[in-house]
Write a new protein. Structure first.
Length: 86
């Protein structure tokens, strides 16, 4: 999906970021260098595998929790999501 967004122009690559955008990205990611990646590559992505207990079965299961931050023209966008791993 990211490759398609890069090809069709949904993600802007190489666009200089404002100081406010740099601070927003740093605060949203907890990564002091994430804004540089958004500026040069157009996006920053992080995925964590998180354990949780299924309330119905009581078993431990896992899910992928992800954050995607990307540049589109003059705007920074953030997408958060979860996928259950089976």
């Amino acid at each position: 999906v990211i490759d398609q967004a890069l090809v069709n122009g949904v993600i802007s690559v190489g666009k200089p970021l404002t100081s406010a955008q740099q601070i927003y990205i740093t605060n949203a990611t907890g990564d002091d260098t994430a804004w540089r990646q958004v500026q040069s590559e157009g996006y920053w992505i992080d995925v964590e595998i998180v354990a949780y207990v299924d309330t119905i079965t009581g078993t431990t299961k896992y899910k992928a929790v992800y954050v995607l931050i990307y540049s589109k023209d003059d705007v920074i966008r953030k997408v958060e999501g979860t996928d259950v791993l089976i």
